[in-house]
Design a protein around this ligand. Structure first.
Ligand code: KG4
Ligand code: ZN
Length: 343
């Protein structure tokens, strides 16, 4: 981890009957969210360990969510996570440690869906589309056990969200560009410009059937906009946004459904910030239905980075009896999605 003078740290405390999540920057407290299970113990006249563990599991998700909200931060802003590892109730501690350490950001984007739609269908194909990643994964166990998260393909250049952000900038829209393009595109013509669909030619499909490429598309949009400007004509922002968005969503959905079909898998899960895109959601549903494939996408607020998704994965780890990683767990900015539980 780079040296940070005022590190943003998220702390988790679950040693007894209180689920505490605090966020500090340097020495300044930004949030202190607590959920207590004291009322549930009252009728037993003392703290019951099993009751405490279950209460922590249930409270972890909303408490992390509330702390991030109060602090006004997103999860990827956090420099370090600290957790109480003892002394305390063994089961209760385990919930906190697993939640703190099961921090694989990418697997979290997949695991979050179960907060809304119940247990993850396994096997499923998960398409992870965020600002830093675009991957197709074959998921047989979201906790990563025994190769349970198996990459089928990924972007060979820009991530899908990155393409949205770069094209938005080109069109003079604010950052992050995804939501603004989504909005502008609603009033635009998606067949106005026939932008290229990366890695879909027959030759590309031989080597990159489940891989993505968005940098050629971004360049095509830039050239198109430049030509307009050079000609002194106004840029039809809404039509460019809609045509660009169509090119991205078309390829994402096509490849995701191809991946599911090729594996005989009937469930497609879409996660990551770009999964909030309204056209992507619509197109996935529409095309999947024709193939008898079910699509699950978390509600938009759970697609972009959030604390709840990390806790959701942590809770799943505990529920499946996975051992937390060792205490010298290092921060790893390029942790592969297959290593759900590092160290
Ligand atoms: O998962 P996320 O919140 O952060 C990363 O892990 O990268 O994803 C952020 C990305 C940004 O590139 C943003 O532009 C994109 O998700 N995004 C969207 C939409 N909402 C967020 N892209 C397209 N349409 C949206 N509605
Ligand atoms: Zn993310």
């Amino acid at each position: 981890m780079a040296c940070v003078s005022e590190p943003l740290v998220l702390g988790i405390e679950t040693s007894c009957d209180e689920t505490g999540v605090g966020i500090v920057r340097g020495h300044t407290l930004l949030a202190d969210a607590v959920a207590s299970s004291v009322d549930e113990h009252a009728r037993f006249g003392g703290v019951v360990p099993e009751v405490a563990s279950r209460a922590h599991l249930e409270a972890m998700v909303p408490t992390i969510e509330r702390a991030c909200e109060t602090a006004g931060i997103a999860l990827h802003d956090v420099d370090a996570v600290a957790v109480t590892n003892g002394p305390g109730l063994a089961g209760a501690l385990l919930v906190g440690v697993a939640a703190a350490k099961a921090l694989n950001h990418l697997a979290s984007h997949v695991a979050v869906d179960q907060l809304e739609h119940g247990p993850l269908p396994e096997p499923c194909v998960a398409m992870l589309v965020s600002g830093g990643h675009s991957s197709l994964l074959r998921v047989t166990d979201v906790t990563g056990q025994d190769g349970g998260v198996d990459p089928m393909g990924q972007t060979i250049d820009d991530a899908a969200g990155e393409a949205f952000d770069k094209v938005a900038r080109l069109l003079g829209l604010p950052f992050p560009g995804g939501p603004y393009i989504d909005k502008a595109a609603r009033e635009g013509d998606s067949v106005f410009i026939d932008f290229p669909r990366g890695l879909t030619s027959r030759r590309d499909l031989e080597r990159h059937r489940f891989d993505f490429s968005f940098s050629g598309l971004k360049t095509a949009v830039a050239r198109w906009v430049e030509a307009k400007e050079r000609a002194g004509e106004p840029v039809p922002v809404k039509d460019v946004a809609a045509s660009f968005q169509e090119a991205v969503c078309d390829v994402l959905v096509r490849k995701a459904l191809d991946a599911a079909s090729s594996e005989g898998i009937e469930d497609l899960l879409i996660g990551g910030g770009v999964a909030a895109n309204s056209r992507l959601r619509f197109l996935a549903e529409e095309r999947a239905e024709k193939l008898g494939i079910r699509v699950r996408v978390p509600r938009p607020g759970l697609c972009t980075d959030n604390g709840a998704m990390v806790a959701a994965l942590g809770a799943e780890m505990v529920a499946r009896g996975r051992t937390p990683s060792s205490l010298d767990l290092p921060a790893d900015s390029s942790l592969p999605v297959t290593d759900v539980l590092a160290g």
